[in-house]
Design a protein around this ligand. Structure first.
Ligand code: THU
Length: 137
């Protein structure tokens, strides 16, 4: 099984855990850790306040750091059931850019497979940063 196949499987599983009673839009994510065969899952978890909703991508980032500390991330895979698949929202892009550089690969998939391959720098050019450049590490 390739890394990407594994990532899609983990994100698809996570998507089935989505708590999305308001939008009924289930999202799953898998964050691959660099140099490790570890794929951290994330799903969207909605809240009655709406603003308290966690997107799948941010859930995966928080889960990864909670479990492994400040490790490096290798790629992100996101699964939705739309065609084309959904891109990460602006808020999630901003969270990813805290930890990942512009070449960070992002794979967008739906039940038919990976449909879009992009980079963080392509979907969030000119990001806002307070810390000095650390090339995503
Ligand atoms: N959502 C994500 O999980 N990731 C995104 O990047 C965009 C939106 C979720 C939030 C909410 O639960 C649902 O999709 C509809 O916006």
């Amino acid at each position: 099984m390739t890394d990407l196949t594994r990532a899609v499987a983990v994100a698809t599983d996570a998507r089935h855990h989505s708590y999305s009673p308001y939008s009924h839009f289930a999202v799953g994510a898998a964050l691959k850790l660099k140099d490790r065969e570890v794929y951290v899952p994330g799903c969207n978890v909605e809240n009655a306040s709406f603003g308290g909703t966690w997107c799948a991508e941010r859930s995966a980032v928080v889960a990864a750091i909670s479990q492994y500390g400040r490790v490096e991330f290798e790629s992100l895979t996101v699964v939705t059931d739309t065609d084309p698949p959904a891109y990460p929202c602006a808020f999630c892009r901003g969270v990813l850019v805290e930890f990942c550089g512009p070449d960070f690969p992002i794979y967008l998939a739906n039940p038919d497979g990976v449909k879009i391959t992009t980079r963080l720098g392509d979907i969030l050019p000119h990001p806002f940063k307070l810390l000095p450049e650390t090339s995503g590490s």
